[in-house]
Design a protein around this ligand. Structure first.
Ligand code: ZN
Length: 380
């Protein structure tokens, strides 16, 4: 199967390369903000938004006179930034439409100017990109070393084609995210059906009895984040000490984010690889988050992300994801006889059936119900 997937890994830049990357990111940010301003002007005058192409043409015409410094970086940097702007508008307008129809309740997220205060940012490169076992060859930047050897698939293997490379700074470190198209062999999958109850207490409970626990260090780290946050607000605004404290907070926050992402990836990969059919509940995400009842790691990255990862990984590993309607009383129903325990609350950790006397962990009971529902529910 031909799939498009992403790889992200850290770069080991030398000083010249750090300068070049900072310059590229700066140009991308400048082009984005310029495009945003132009877009707003044109919209006010004509009632129509210019496309990324229109803006790019205009910017190119101005380059020689107004922005000669842009020649120092790859032409991709401003061009792709304008594309991002266009995507930003498209998404915001789609959400505006959905909000009118009552399908969207969050903020619309119209593009806003990018600021250096939030980090150096990123830029995307397209064109000839080659991957070696310990380095990557990028337009303009040349050969850049990778911190991790052998993670990225080298170009030329398995029909791999690099579509784009996005270089991004995060808390003082530089990363590259590759979007590649490659051949993914789908294995024959014969292992059984499993129901997955996403956690109230544990991260996930499977109907085969496996319990995937919440990562413990996460709680500890979150505590530290809170403390560092207070440290920042106590320092005088604009002072060097405040900047230092903010950098420290940024680093700690990054660690938390990495750990969340890692946990989620591990769980979804494990499920997709070892089960033929995975049954999950179609949770109402906003409601669950308000309740604070979903396990931390999933609540943080979001159930939608859990489902997204599970779905694409299932396609890679030859399994299926089945989503059960959110109105199905999976927690309250007895998984053996079907009796409905209407009195069950979230505080009850154990399910007790008054009809057949089944006594079971509530999450396991829910997982068993999900497994049973596999046949009567639709695929994602
Ligand atoms: Zn029962």
């Amino acid at each position: 199967m031909q799939v498009v997937r992403g790889y992200r890994t850290e770069l080991a830049l030398n000083h010249t390369q750090i300068t070049a990357c900072t310059q590229h990111a700066g140009t991308a940010r400048y082009a984005y903000n310029w495009g945003l301003r132009r877009s707003q002007e044109v919209y006010q005058q004509t009632g129509k938004r210019p496309s990324a192409m229109d803006l790019h043409r205009e910017l190119n015409a101005l380059k020689e006179t107004d922005f000669p410094w842009m020649y120092a970086v790859s032409k991709c940097a401003p061009q792709e930034a304008l594309r991002n702007l266009e995507t930003g508008y498209t998404n915001a307008l789609r959400r505006a439409k959905e909000k009118k129809a009552g399908q969207w309740h969050g903020p619309l997220g119209f593009p806003v100017p990018k600021t250096r205060k939030k980090g150096l940012g990123s830029f995307r490169l397209t064109g000839s990109i080659r991957v070696f076992s310990d380095a990557i060859q990028l337009p303009r930047l040349g050969r850049v070393r990778l911190k991790e050897r052998g993670y990225l698939p080298p170009t030329g293997t398995g029909g791999m084609r690099v579509l784009s490379a996005t270089v991004r700074e995060r808390a003082g470190r530089w990363f590259v995210a590759l979007q590649v198209e490659q051949e993914q062999p789908v294995p024959e999958n014969t292992v059984p059906v499993v129901g997955v109850d996403l956690g109230v207490k544990a991260l996930a409970t499977l109907s085969d009895g496996t319990v995937i626990a919440n990562p413990k260090p996460l709680k500890r780290r979150l505590k530290k984040v809170k403390r560092l946050h207070r440290a920042v607000t106590r320092k005088q605004k604009g002072s060097q000490n405040r900047k230092k404290a903010a950098r420290k907070l940024g680093k700690q926050y990054r660690r938390v984010a990495n750990q969340r992402a890692n946990t989620l990836h591990q769980v979804t990969t494990r499920l997709a690889k070892t089960k033929a059919v995975i049954v999950i509940e179609d949770l109402h995400v906003a409601g669950m988050l308000r309740n604070h009842h979903l396990a931390q790691a999933i609540a943080d990255v979001g159930f939608a992300e859990f489902r997204r990862q599970l779905t694409y990984k299932a396609a890679w590993y030859g399994s299926r994801v089945v989503v059960v309607s959110r109105w199905e009383p999976t927690s309250k129903r007895c998984s053996r006889c079907g009796w409905l325990n209407d009195a069950l609350t979230l505080a009850d950790r154990v399910f007790q059936c008054d009809s057949c006397c089944l006594t079971l962990d509530r999450d396991l009971n829910a997982a068993l119900n999900l497994e049973r529902l596999a046949a009567s529910s639709a695929d994602t």
